[in-house]
Design a binder for this molecule. Structure first.
Ligand SMILES: Nc1ncnc2c1ncn2[C@@H]1O[C@H](COP(=O)(O)OP(=O)(O)O)[C@@H](O)[C@H]1O
Ligand SMILES: O=C(CO)[C@@H](O)[C@H](O)COP(=O)(O)O
Length: 510
């Protein structure tokens, strides 16, 4: 049996799955927590990755691996490959003013949407680099290379793979020019254009005052450890004229024992990896006509598209995907952790929170929670706080609060669905928050349409594992998991009251 591994280095934890390259069957898995906070030293990701790999039984028998990671995080390296400062994560909002300044300097949001498909907000790497240049000029001067979380982990992995596992923790960093990335993650920087497939170093220079070394952007089936070498069957199929997206859509399985291409037996190959949302699209088998709603630390709503997008309103980020297509995406800062907060407020665990929510009536008797607990990205209100409206004696119960928290969080995502402007054939619900039965049952009342919930799983890590299998064989296809259908009557009043409550929030105290 040929095995592949997929990694999800996301905000709260690192997850590793090991799957059968041919059938996709889950063989082993592991997980390790990341530290709290919106700035994290990348060494913590490496340590969590090593713990998760150990829990997953190691990589000795794995033929290929791929790393997906939280998007946008700014990882700055000096000329020796050492990290210059803690990485600023996608949900760190200190760069909000820098983002607004960049938008104004280029002539407004339309110019950005046309240049790179997205209008930068605090999350985007380019805004973080501007913040660094302005607030930490000493650190900025030391920056020799800039990359993203998945780029950094892939690079460290490529440097460690030849060593015994117990030497990985201290494996020296490879040369900077070995850094690689992919279209999907590059599209979240604000200095790479999904439409042209090229870096916009002019925008980076204008934002940061310099152009550090940037990772090489690999195609969907390259080997990140040897990007110049022929990439094997996946790439061969591409060379025969199939687009990467065609290969995935075709879905024929011809991989098998011995299908690893000649000369590579014994060496673990490294697929390009991608951003976590791009990997989730692969892992859940999203196809045109689908909208995926992911309830993780972030809330994301995205679709696979054949054409690049450019939304000057800034709500929809015009990302690239991991196959050669595009991934228009709306992201909120407040998703699963709204339920974590509601569980703390009501003094119960997450399972009990869900039970409470289902005891309250749809609409929570008019109790409406605006969930901007970390500020918000869509809408762009980085200094906002959350609010609860509609308190009466009758709605002052844990059950009403539990329901209002879930409904408020889902209203933010419903606004994202509207912003995408699609009439989806299927809405797929994934992410840690979708493990909640209450979320799955309440979602159709808020979205006004049925939702499909694939079995709880690690779809980001699965998508990365799929990429790894694809590197070994261009025609790999894993059968999609049966999804459960959740239907309920729409309750439009939930969104009406939410829309009325949304503007009535306070800013964070200084
Ligand atoms: N049964 C559940 N009900 C509600 N929330 C859950 C449940 N299980 C996990 N979560 C939440 O999911 C979140 C983690 O989701 P995940 O998709 O792994 O996040 P990320 O990938 O951003 O690290 C946590 O905030 C956790 O509390
Ligand atoms: O910033 C975005 C998308 O643009 C986030 O979706 C991050 O990619 C973090 O993802 P999770 O850790 O919540 O999965």
């Amino acid at each position: 049996m040929t095995l592949v591994a997929g990694v999800d280095s996301s905000t709260q934890s690192c997850k590793v799955v090991v799957r059968d390259a041919v059938t996709g069957r889950l063989v082993r898995q592991g997980r390790a927590a990341h530290p709290e906070g919106t700035e994290v030293h990348p060494a913590h990701w490496w340590a969590a990755f090593l713990r998760a790999v150990e829990e997953a039984g190691g990589l000795d028998d794995v033929a290929a691996i791929s790393v997906a990671g939280q998007q946008h995080g700014m990882v700055c390296l000096d000329e020796t490959g050492q990290v210059v400062r803690d990485a600023l994560l996608w949900n760190d909002t200190r760069s909000a003013e820098a983002a607004a300044a960049l938008v104004a300097e280029l002539g407004g949001p339309t110019a950005w949407a046309e240049a790179v498909g997205s209008v930068p907000v605090a999350s985007f790497t380019i805004a973080k680099l501007r913040w660094l240049a302005e607030h930490e000029p000493g650190n900025a001067r030391r920056v020799a290379a800039v990359c993203l979380p998945h780029d950094w982990l892939t690079w460290r992995l490529a440097g460690a793979l030849g060593l015994p596992f117990d030497a990985w923790a201290d494996a020296p960093p490879p040369p900077l020019d070995h850094l690689t990335t992919d279209r999907g993650d590059a599209s979240g920087t604000g200095y790479w254009s999904p439409a042209t497939g090229a870096y916009r170093t002019d925008l980076l220079k204008a934002a940061f005052g310099a152009v550090p070394l940037l990772p090489r952007v690999l195609g969907p089936v390259a080997d990140a450890a040897t990007p110049d070498a022929p990439a094997g069957p996946g790439a061969d199929a591409l060379a025969r004229g199939a687009s990467a997206a065609d290969l995935l859509a075709r879905g024929t399985t011809t991989a098998g024992e011995g299908s690893r291409h000649g000369g590579d037996v014994g060496r673990t190959r490294i697929a390009p990896g991608t951003g976590d949302n791009m990997a989730a699209a692969l892992g859940v088998g999203a196809r045109p006509g689908d909208v995926v709603v992911s309830i993780g630390t972030s809330g994301t709503v995205f679709a696979v598209s054949d054409a690049p997008s450019a939304d000057p309103s800034g709500q929809v980020a015009g990302f690239a995907d991991a196959t050669g297509r595009f991934l228009p995406l709306v992201c909120t800062l407040n998703a699963a952790r709204v339920m974590d907060a509601a569980a703390r407020l009501t003094g119960v665990g997450l399972d009990r929170l869900g039970e409470l929510a289902l005891q309250a009536p749809a609409g929570a008797g008019g109790l409406t929670l605006v969930p901007y607990l970390e500020g918000e990205r869509t809408p762009n209100q980085p200094t906002a706080t959350g609010a609860v409206h509609g308190l009466t004696l009758a709605t002052s119960t844990p059950a009403h609060l539990a329901r209002a928290a879930i409904e408020g969080m889902l209203c933010g995502l419903a606004d994202g669905l509207d912003a995408l402007g699609l009439s989806p054939e299927r809405v797929l619900l994934i992410g840690g928050g979708a493990r909640s039965e209450a979320v799955r049952r309440i979602a159709p009342t808020v979205f006004g349409r049925p939702v499909l919930a694939p079995p709880p799983g690690e779809y980001v890590a699965d998508g990365a594992a799929y990429q790894a299998a694809w590197l070994l064989d261009g025609d790999v296809a894993w059968s999609a998991q049966e999804a459960a259908l959740y239907e309920a009557d729409a309750v439009p009043d939930i969104r009406h009251r939410y829309a009325a409550a949304r503007p009535h929030i306070l800013d964070r105290p200084h």
